[in-house]
Unconditional design. Structure first.
Ligand code: HPA
Length: 246
């Protein structure tokens, strides 16, 4: 299966349960990684962890150096990557605290370094992205959710927005019309860069708020943080089950 890496987003500056062995700050041709890579043991398996937003959550979603992060993970031996994703829920089945394993993406981001194949560092190449996530890793995550006793919806379409602001109600109506179930700010270009590097990548998404216009009134940080705190423990259980099973 190869070395497992976890990219932690909001709520995951560190990974609970990971017994840290070492930290590494690899050089990359694309500049610095978000944070030192943490190598450790999770449920008896060697795992790499990277905090996507850096120490103290200092990097906004559009400022994350996704190319350096994915490159460094691969250079340090990762072959499977789970991207954690705290998201807003758009469609009715994806309310707060719902876990989901997205199977599709619609990308609304712009002006991010979104490819290795730009004709400079790598030749131009049009990578297949019909199925943006690794089916095998999604299957393993689904089994891990079952083992951990956390119900998870096995499919969802993830809409990636630019942020850091949240969306308008009209933008969410449009995204729903497009077919999005979830909205988040970091799923792209992370997923496509993983594909370009031939990494097996999947997302473990958990809903921390109703998307704009879908709940009552404005979205508050207190609401998001409350749901995030609830989801953190479940995520750690799922990842421990994933590590133990592989
Ligand atoms: N929109 C975009 N990204 C998010 C949201 C949201 O409502 N919630 C968590 N990440």
């Amino acid at each position: 299966m190869g070395l497992l890496a976890v990219i932690g987003g909001s709520g995951f500056q560190r990974l609970g349960g990971l017994e840290v062995v070492s930290t590494e700050q690899p050089e990359t041709p694309f500049g610095p990684v978000s944070a030192p890579l943490v190598r450790g043991e999770l449920a008896g398996r060697s795992v790499l962890f990277l905090a996507r937003h850096g120490a103290g959550h200092r990097l906004a979603p559009h400022r994350v150096n996704y190319r350096a992060n994915l490159w460094a993970l691969r250079a340090c031996g990762a072959r499977q990557v789970v991207g954690l994703a705290a998201v807003g829920g758009i469609t009715a089945a994806y309310g707060p605290r719902v876990f989901a394993l997205p199977d599709q993406i619609i990308d609304y981001t712009y002006a991010r370094e979104h490819t290795f194949h730009d004709g400079e560092s790598h030749p131009v190449h049009h990578v297949d992205f019909t199925e943006p996530y690794c089916a095998q890793l999604r299957g393993a995550l689904r089994a891990a959710c079952e083992l951990a006793g956390v119900p998870a919806t096995p499919t969802a379409t993830y809409g990636a927005t630019q942020g850091p602001r949240l969306e308008t109600a009209a933008e969410i109506v449009r995204m729903e019309r497009d077919g999005c179930d979830l909205v988040g700010m970091t799923g792209m270009p992370e997923a496509v860069l993983a594909r370009e590097l031939d990494l097996n990548y999947a997302s473990l998404a958990f809903v921390v708020n109703w998307a704009a216009g879908k709940g009552e009134g404005a979205i508050t940080m207190a609401e998001i943080e409350g749901h995030l705190a609830y989801c953190t423990g479940q995520v750690e259980r799922i990842l421990a089950a994933l590590a133990a099973a592989s």
